[in-house]
Design a protein around this ligand. Structure first.
Ligand SMILES: Cc1cc2nc3c(=O)[nH]c(=O)nc-3n(C[C@H](O)[C@H](O)[C@H](O)COP(=O)(O)OP(=O)(O)OC[C@H]3O[C@@H](n4cnc5c(N)ncnc54)[C@H](O)[C@@H]3O)c2cc1C
Ligand code: FES
Length: 284
């Protein structure tokens, strides 16, 4: 089977970028667009940018690339602390100190029968990297009979982002909120599990997911049961973002070639990831 590693470039740029737009898209959630031609040219879905948010935030903050358009890069973020609060105060015309693109993105199989399609599952702000991925997949899957299916889950209607963006791309969008304010009432993992009862799981080529750890872990159990290939984009607290400090490691399984014993090795989310094959991860 032909596979293409979408993140084929590993060049990293440090730029002083001009902010071209910043909007609050839902209460507490922002879409920030900045000019970064070098990053826009090579960025791949699943990669992220590391941003210096302002005075008093010693460490940069990582954000998935949600979209690239010509020379512009877009991120979507939630205000959760000091860094994101400072970022949300920035205006069009301000400068942004950006490092990127960083990390390894999603890998995509290219030659599936036209009746098969991948499924994307996002929890909360995990929607950002999957929006970029959906844009790429749509161009690869134009001849396919099955539309791309996207499951979006969040606590409330206010936390469900980018629904229209996915619909405009032609995706079939399925929604879940924990309080039932929009779509299925409950967890997106339950909605996904229920859909497999009616959906022929052999028609799913790949699952791609990004969101809270518990969500990703639950999907890993489901995909293991149905034997569906599954890639996850993990989040971890980060410092350098470059694989140097090892502050963002995750336990992964490793088969010894000499003894054939199963070991575990720590991999960095920032450099080896953030995207991993889910069956590599030791879910804890
Ligand atoms: C690869 C990657 C991609 C990301 N993409 C996005 C994105 O597209 N949109 C978005 O809104 N957020 C994203 N995040 C999370 C984002 O980086 C954090 O929310 C941000 O760094 C918080 O900074 P802060 O100073 O506002 O909050 P802090 O004051 O640093 O922390 C506030 C709270 O958020 C928690 N937190 C901080 N960083 C993380 C993290 N990395 N993972 C989990 N919890 C964290 C802290 O434990 C604390 O409870 C991503 C994280 C990673 C690792
Ligand atoms: S943040 Fe330093 S190694 Fe990942």
């Amino acid at each position: 089977m032909l596979t293409a590693k979408l993140s084929i470039q590993n060049k990293v740029y440090h730029l002083q970028s001009l902010i071209t737009d910043q909007k609050e898209i839902s209460s507490g959630y922002f879409r920030l667009i900045f000019s970064a031609p070098q990053i826009a040219q090579i960025a791949q879905p699943g990669q992220f940018v590391h941003i210096y948010c302002g005075e008093g935030t010693y460490l940069r903050r990582p954000f998935s690339i949600a979209k690239v358009k010509k020379n512009q890069v877009e991120i979507i973020y939630k205000v959760v602390g000091k860094g994101t609060e400072l970022l949300s105060r920035k205006k069009k015309g301000n400068t942004l100190d950006v490092l990127g693109p960083l990390g390894n993105g999603f890998t995509q199989s290219l030659n599936h029968p036209i009746t098969q399609s991948p499924i994307l599952i996002a929890g909360g702000t995990g929607v950002a990297s999957l929006l970029f991925l959906a844009q790429k997949l749509i161009t690869l899957y134009t001849s396919h009979l099955t539309p791309l299916t996207v499951f979006l889950g969040a606590k409330t209607k206010n936390d469900l982002l980018c629904i229209d963006n996915f619909k405009k791309l032609g995706c079939q969008v399925k929604l879940a909120t924990e309080d039932g304010s929009l779509g299925y009432k409950g967890l997106v993992t339950d909605l996904f599990r229920n859909s497999l009862i009616t959906h022929n799981s052999s028609l799913i080529t790949n699952i791609y997911a990004c969101g809270p750890y518990a969500m990703l872990k639950e999907i890993a159990k489901i995909t293991q049961k149905y034997k569906i290939p599954y890639q996850v984009s993990l989040e971890a607290m980060m410092a350098c973002g470059l694989g140097a400090c090892r502050g963002c490691v995750v336990k992964t399984s490793h088969q010894s070639l000499t003894t054939s014993h199963q070991h575990f090795v720590y991999k960095t989310v920032c450099k080896d990831g953030p995207v991993f094959e889910a069956n590599q991860i030791i879910w804890e």
